[in-house]
Structures are given as C-alpha cells and as structure tokens.
Ligand binder design. Structure first.
Ligand SMILES: Cc1ncc(COP(=O)(O)O)c(C=O)c1O
Length: 358
C-alpha cells in the first residue's frame, strides 16, 4: 500500500497521524537547550511517571520503534547460546526483517498456534534438551499483547505463563506494540490508573516493549524493565542496538503525553470501540464471516474475493490470507480491518455500507 492514501484507511493503525496532544507536547519540549541522551528533564519526569504507572522497580528506556524495542529488550537478557520461545508468525518471527537474528544474534524457537496465543502446555513441549550443549537453550518467552490477530491474553493467562516461566528460570517478555488497546479492553485492576500495571507488572511480565506509535505517537516507544534487573545491561544494549536517541527529550515528551491525562486509554478506547462497531455492522452480512474474536482494534473477516479490490480502492486495507478455493463455494480471503484513534464512526459506517452494498 504505497503512496498517498485518500479515503479513511483501515490498513494499519500506523496509517493514522500524530495525536494533537502529542504534537503539542513535542512543541512544548522544543524550548531552549537540553542535555542529550536522556539526561534531560523530560526523561527524568518520564522515569518517575513510569514508576508510578508500572511499579517502583520499573526502568524506562525510550526508543524509536517497535522492532528496536523488541530486539533491545531481548538482547539484554540473552547469552549467545540462548533463544526466545514465541508464536510462529509473531511480529518478531516474520515482520522484523530478521533483526532478531541479525542484530540480536539470537534464535527464535517458534510454536505454531491457531490464534497467535501461547499457552503453558505448548511452551512446556518446547522446553526440550535443556542443558544439552548441542541445542539452543530457551531463556525468554515472548508473547504479543494484543496479538497480530487482534486477540488478547487475559490477565489469568499471562499470570499462568509467567508463573511457569519463573519456575523454569525463564524471563517473560511482552511485545506490547498494542498494549494500550489490550489494557483498555481488559480494564483490569480497580481503576483506569491501574489498567496498564494490572495486565503487565502485576501478572509477572518482566520486560515490556511499550508501544506508542500505533497509539498516536510519532515514532516513540519504550523498553520497560518492570523488574529493574536488566537495566544495567539495557543501558549498553540500547546504544549498541542504535536505539539511544540523542534528542531524547522529544521521545520522552511524547511518552509523558500518552501516560499523563489518560491519553493512551482514550486513544485505545476510540480504536477498540470503532472495531467493535465495525464488527457489529458487518457480522451476519451475507458472504461475510468474522474470522477472529474482536477484542482490541482489529477486525479479521472473510470476504468474497471479487468484492475486495473495489472496497480497497475506497477504504485501504490488507488481505491477510488468501484461502484455497473450494469447488462450488464462493472464493473468499481473510482481510484485516484495522482501526486507530483517528477512525471515526462515519468512517466505519461508510465502510460497512460499502460492504453491504457490494
Ligand atoms: C506486534 C507488533 N510488534 C511490533 C511492531 C513494531 O514494529 P515497528 O518496528 O514497525 O515499529 C508492530 C508493528 O506493526 C507489531 O504489529
């Protein structure tokens, strides 16, 4: 999907712009001089804020992008002979251009799943040949929240994985490129202020790649060491993996804007709400099948192949999976319809009308 996009895009939450409150925060940080590489007042304020949100032990490392966050977080833990258990076709497996392998230098120990979610039983099966010098040693379990299929892990599911990981001497990493969508959907903990912590620190996640860009920031994410145990290594790894911003105040100012005044939650709720609305409008339409549970900001649906190009011309979106044709049946593909903080009710209604009228 190259070039200028004219209609409302359901292609990616990255197709949305920057939230005005984030732009304002960048403008406000654009005053005078500030020390570089994180020794600035904004980064100091952010460090205190993440401790308040995620727990006192949390150490924060602002970075530029999600791939960098994942590779830096994982590299901070792994020795050269250790690997990462993750779902087959997870972002680190298939969408990071081999950065985990080439920049991080570590092996991914992938597990096939139906819905991109790992469970203790499938992870247990992967824990073989421990102590065998001929085999890569599992050291980290990496889960994605929300998953690439728009599904989410419940707090109980995460807790079960972290309990198992810790009992086995493993570390639990969460790729939280869309943690805001998941936390806003789960609404765990007693109050909105606790949502993020309740589904991460409180259920035993050790390292979190905290997503910002898909939630309305401009290329700002963070590695959060929720335990404080990896911080010494992360300081060096962040630089070595080219994720240490010199003008870090502009990354930090954005992350502050997301975490203060609940912007992360407002943006995520808008995106999630629009996905739910879209699902409700197209579920049951002849020829349309909802292919995954709609739990965050994505709707995966099977659509007749012949209507897809016409719809895409008005409302850009991706075909996720070309399904094999079945004789006597209408050929269908799975498409991904992604909502963002910028998606409006009228965008959704227009897309739903277009689907209905084809
Ligand atoms: C699950 C997941 N992790 C990480 C990322 C971050 O990738 P990027 O390096 O493009 O910011 C994405 C973006 O698509 C993603 O979907």
């Amino acid at each position: 999907m190259a070039g200028k996009i004219t209609g409302p895009s359901f292609g990616s939450d990255n197709h949305a712009g920057i939230h005005p409150e984030v732009l304002k925060a960048i403008g406000e940080a654009n005053v005078g001089y500030a020390s570089a590489y994180g020794a600035d007042p904004w980064t100091e304020r952010l460090s205190a804020l993440v401790k308040k949100v995620f727990g006192e032990r949390t150490e924060c490392f602002p970075v530029f992008n999600g791939t960098g966050a994942n590779v830096a977080a994982l590299s901070a833990v792994l020795k050269r002979y250790e690997g990462v258990i993750c779902a087959e076709k997870s972002h680190i497996d298939v969408d990071e251009g081999g950065a985990p392998e080439s920049i991080g230098g570590f092996k991914l120990l992938t597990i096939p799943t139906k819905d991109q979610k790992l469970t203790v039983s499938v992870i247990r099966e992967k824990l073989t040949r421990r102590g065998d010098a001929h085999a890569v040693q599992p050291r980290v379990i990496s889960i994605t929240q929300s998953t690439e299929l728009g599904t989410i892990y419940s707090c109980e599911e995460i807790h079960a994985i972290s309990n198992f990981a810790h009992a086995e001497g493993l570390v639990l990493h969460m790729d939280g490129a869309r943690i805001a969508n998941a936390a806003a959907s789960l609404q765990a903990g007693g109050s909105a202020n606790e949502y993020l912590r309740a589904c991460t620190t409180d259920v035993g996640v050790d390292l979190l790649s905290f997503g910002g860009t898909k939630n309305g920031l401009m290329g700002a994410e963070a590695v959060l060491d929720l335990t404080g145990k990896f911080a010494t290594d992360l300081r060096f790894i962040q630089k070595q993996s080219m994720q240490l911003a010199s003008k870090m105040r502009f990354c930090s100012a954005q992350l502050i804007a997301a975490l203060e005044n609940d912007l992360w939650r407002r943006n995520a709720e808008q995106a999630n709400g629009m996905a739910r609305l879209l699902e409700s409008k197209i579920r049951g339409v002849p020829g349309v099948t909802i292919a995954q549970k709609v739990e965050a900001n994505a709707v995966f649906a099977k659509l007749p192949k012949k209507i897809i190009p016409g719809l895409q011309a008005q409302f850009p979106f991706y075909v996720w999976e070309e399904l094999p044709e079945v004789p006597g049946e209408t050929p269908v593909s799975v498409v991904r319809l992604m909502c963002s903080f910028q998606t409006t009710e009228s965008d959704v209604l227009a897309l739903a009308r277009a689907i209905l009228s084809t």
